[in-house]
Structure formats: structure tokens, C-alpha cells
Design a binder for this molecule. Structure first.
Ligand code: UDX
Length: 428
């Protein structure tokens, strides 16, 4: 069985390498040829722990290759994993144009039975559109099926998430499609859930939106803690010991970013509205998350009164630790607010500075990039923690305090113990 993976972004590249690691015959393809050249020589265009080693190991075997020829790749495959982008549009809906384009290309290259597998996060009912598009554009009576196989990869742990999945969700309409998917994932047969396609598509949006909701919930609770003597970290601990709640995703702070949660909760909101469902719960979760930036800037103003010409060390640019991804990162919104106030910023992140320079170039008069967190702290009026990288948790606070103009740390991720840091005479 030959598997094509279309799209070599965070999801596609991990899926191609992961399926090869499972022993499948995989060809990855992408319309950006320089990406294909890079990956074919073993270079990974994203920072994802463990991915480069796994890519190199599988390229050495003869069951993984990459090609820029989409037509040939489709023609020589039995199963096609579609991992193209479904970015968010202004009205919150997902932009499905890449998915539609690939569906047409598959129709034009339907030289044998093919199983088309939606891997990208898609709005429920997308499979019906893919089926309709392929039926509309195909030039012969060749049979095909569509399946939904949503991914649950977290950036920074995508490889381990692929190789140790909590569950494999397979949405199918025919026994043939089911048998193919079960064969592909036979190594995980103990945790394959087979459903119809709508169910599989909705599990993905429902899961991500729930996780986003859980984060907004603890951020709402943190507002109550800020106005009482309650400590939100301890509230979260007390809640999380109930197995029905669980300790994960109860970290209050600047809220969620990334290419999934903000997009997925808005996509589900839009789907709900289009179907006439009251989705205010989801809208409120999104609103709480948007407000986190304002609340954080308010704390900065409370500490420094006037922000104009003040120097800030901003630690953490990626939307979360262990990734170089800055899509929908809280850091971008915080930086914009501070620039508008005329502040002077020194940015540092272990991995994401090159990506951030695309948005805020080094030449910007109010911005410089530091080579270490200590350089960023030099002469700073306040130090802002925006992403909780381990190296920030381990920083030498005495050294930082000495370097700063004022010993003020405003921590968007609750990295330090309140008591510990106050002992050091740092305003936190
Ligand atoms: C998420 C889902 O976890 C994953 O299953 C899905 O496939 C893709 O989207 P990802 O966006 O990579 O993965 O990161 P995740 O670790 O889920 O964190 C998402 C955001 O929530 C980050 O911005 C993170 O900082 C924030 N977060 C997470 C919190 O603010 N508090 C928490 O307790 C946990």
C-alpha cells in the first residue's frame, strides 16, 4: 500500500515521517518545491524535538521519499492523507480553498481506487464537500472513498504524540475504507475508535474547543484570585486532584495562542451559528482569552505608571515553550500594545527570534533582540515573562535583579513561587 501525504507543514511532515516509522510506504509532497528539496536532504524547516532524527532515519530506509510532483504522487498512491492548511478567515470560518484545490487535483489523477483521508482540522461536513468535488471533477467512473482521521499533535511534542497517541479517531463510510485505516494504524489497534465521518470531524473541534474553554475558565478564576487573597496556582491544584477535572490545562496566565485553539474555537462557533445553535459559551471563552492581553498590560501600567521610553525585557516570543512557532502568540499582541505606548523593548526567546524578526524587524527603532535573557534584563525598568521556557524558570534571579534598573517582574505565566521571589526583594 502506497501512502501520499499532501502538505509538509507541522501536521503533514510529522504524519509522513510517523507513518513511515510505522512501516508504511510514504511519499510526502508540497507545492513549495524548496521545502521538498530541504526535507529530501534531511533538513526539517520547523523546530520540533525529535523530528529531524526520525526523518533522517526513515529517509535511509526505502519507504519514505518526498516529491514536488503532486500529480505523479497522487497517481502512484492508494491512500492520500490531506494535510494542507485550513487557516482562519476574518469571519472566524476556516479557509478551505487549499482543501478544495487538492480535491480537484485528486479527481484529475484518479487512475485507481483511492482513499482520501482528511488529516487537517476541518469543519464538520467537509468530507461531503470533498466527495462532491471529486465526483464533480473526476473524468472516469473510478471508485474512491473519503475518511476523517483528525490529528491531536501538540507542537513541541508532535513526534511523541504521533507515536504514542491517546486515541486514533477514524471516520469512515465503507468497510473498505475502515479496513485500510485499521491496517495503517494496526500498531495502535487497541485505541482505534471507528465512527462515521461527521462524528470524527466533530471530535477534533470539540476537543480543542474544550481545552480552550478549560484555559479560559481558570483565567476567569484567576481574576477572582487577583481580587481576593486566593492563589490561583493552589486553586488549580485543589481542583485538579479531582480526576473528573484533571490537573492539566489549568495554568492561568496570558491564555492560549497557536495555530489551533484560537482558530478552532472560532470555527466551531461559526459552524454552530450556521446551524442555528446557541454557542455563547464558546464566544465567552474566546472573549476571556482576548482580554488576557489587556489585563497583562494593565498590570504593567500599575507597576510603572507611564510606559513611554521605559525599557522592557520581554522573555518568550513563541506561543508556548519548546516550539519556534509564533502564530497567534500572546507576545505579538503584548509587543504591539507596548510599542503603541512608546516603550523600548528588548526581546529574547531561545528558538523563536528569527520568526519574530519577520513581524518586528531588528531595524524597528523601539526594538532590539537580545542574545540572552540577562542581556535583555540590562537596565530594564521591568522584565515581562510571556512564555514559560525552562531556562526562564531556572534564571539566576539575583543576577537579573542586579542587571535591571528597577527590580520588577511581571510574569504572564506564573513561573515563580510568590514567597520565594518576594524574599529576593523583587516586585512580582
Ligand atoms: C493544541 C492541542 O493540544 C492539540 O491536541 C491539537 O492537535 C493542536 O492544538 P498546541 O496548540 O500545539 O496543541 O499547544 P497546547 O500545548 O495545547 O497549548 C495551546 C495553548 O494553550 C498555548 O498557547 C499554551 O500556552 C496555552 N495553555 C496551555 C495555557 O494557557 N494554559 C494551560 O494550562 C495549557
Amino acid at each position: 500500500m502506497k501512502i501520499a501525504v499532501i502538505g509538509t507543514g507541522y501536521v503533514g511532515l510529522v504524519t509522513a515521517v510517523g507513518l513511515a516509522e510505522l512501516g508504511q510506504n510514504v511519499i510526502g509532497t508540497d507545492k513549495i518545491t524548496e521545502k521538498i528539496d530541504k526535507i529530501s536532504s534531511g533538513d526539517v524547516p520547523i523546530y520540533e524535538p525529535g523530528l529531524e532524527e526520525l526523518l533522517k532515519a526513515n529517509l535511509k530506509k526505502d519507504n519514505l521519499s518526498f516529491s514536488a510532483d503532486l500529480n505523479k504522487t497522487i497517481q502512484s498512491s492508494d491512500v492520500i492523507f490531506v494535510c494542507v492548511g485550513t487557516p482562519q478567515r476574518g469571519d472566524g470560518s476556516a479557509d478551505m480553498s487549499q482543501m478544495e484545490e487538492v480535491s480537484r487535483m485528486i479527481a484529475e489523477n484518479l487512475n485507481s481506487y483511492k482513499l482520501v483521508v482528511e488529516k487537517s482540522t476541518v469543519p464538520v461536513m467537509t468530507s461531503m464537500w470533498i466527495k462532491r468535488t471529486i465526483s464533480l471533477y473526476k473524468k472516469n467512473e473510478m471508485a474512491f472513498d473519503v475518511a476523517s482521521n483528525p490529528e491531536f499533535l501538540r507542537e513541541g511534542s508532535a513526534v511523541s504524540d504521533f507515536l504514542n497517541p491517546d486515541r486514533i479517531i477514524v471516520g469512515i463510510e465503507t468497510d473498505k475504507a475502515r479496513d485500510i485505516m485499521v491496517e495503517i494504524y494496526k500498531k495502535f489497534k487497541d485505541r482505534i475508535i471507528v465512527t462515521n465521518i461527521d462524528t470524527a470531524e466533530l471530535i477534533k473541534h470539540a476537543s480543542n474547543s474544550f481545552l480552550a474553554l478549560k484555559i479560559s475558565y481558570i483565567n476567569l478564576i484567576s481574576e477572582l484570585c487577583d481580587r481576593t487573597n486566593a492563589d490561583v496556582e493552589k486553586v488549580a491544584k485543589g481542583m485538579g486532584l479531582d480526576p473528573r477535572i484533571g490537573e492539566l490545562f489549568l495554568k492561568a496566565g496570558l491564555g492560549y495562542g497557536g495555530s489551533c485553539f484560537p482558530k478552532d474555537i472560532r470555527a466551531l462557533t461559526k459552524i454552530g451559528e450556521d446551524l442555528g445553535v446557541n454557542v455563547n459559551l464558546l464566544k465567552e471563552a474566546d472573549k476571556i482569552n482576548i482580554d488576557r492581553i489587556k489585563i497583562f498590560v494593565e498590570k504593567i501600567k500599575k507597576a510603572l505608571w507611564i510606559l513611554k521610553d521605559k525599557k522592557f525585557a520581554i522573555l518568550g516570543l513563541s506561543f508556548k515553550p519548546e516550539t519556534d512557532d509564533i502564530r497567534e502568540a500572546p507576545s505579538i499582541k503584548v509587543i504591539r500594545e507596548l510599542l503603541d505606548e512608546g516603550a523600548l523593548l528588548r526581546l529574547y526567546d531561545p528558538e523563536a527570534m528569527d520568526n519574530m524578526k519577520e513581524i518586528f524587524p531588528e531595524e524597528s527603532p523601539q526594538i532590539t533582540y537580545a542574545q540572552s535573557l540577562y542581556e535583555a534584563a540590562e537596565g530594564a525598568n521591568a522584565l515581562l515573562i510571556v512564555t514559560e521556557w525552562d531556562e526562564f524558570k531556572e534564571m539566576d534571579l539575583q543576577r537579573v535583579k542586579k542587571a535591571m534598573a528597577n527590580p520588577i517582574i511581571i510574569d504572564g505565566r506564573n513561573v515563580f513561587e510568590l514567597s520565594k521571589i518576594r524574599e529576593l526583594g523583587i516586585e512580582y
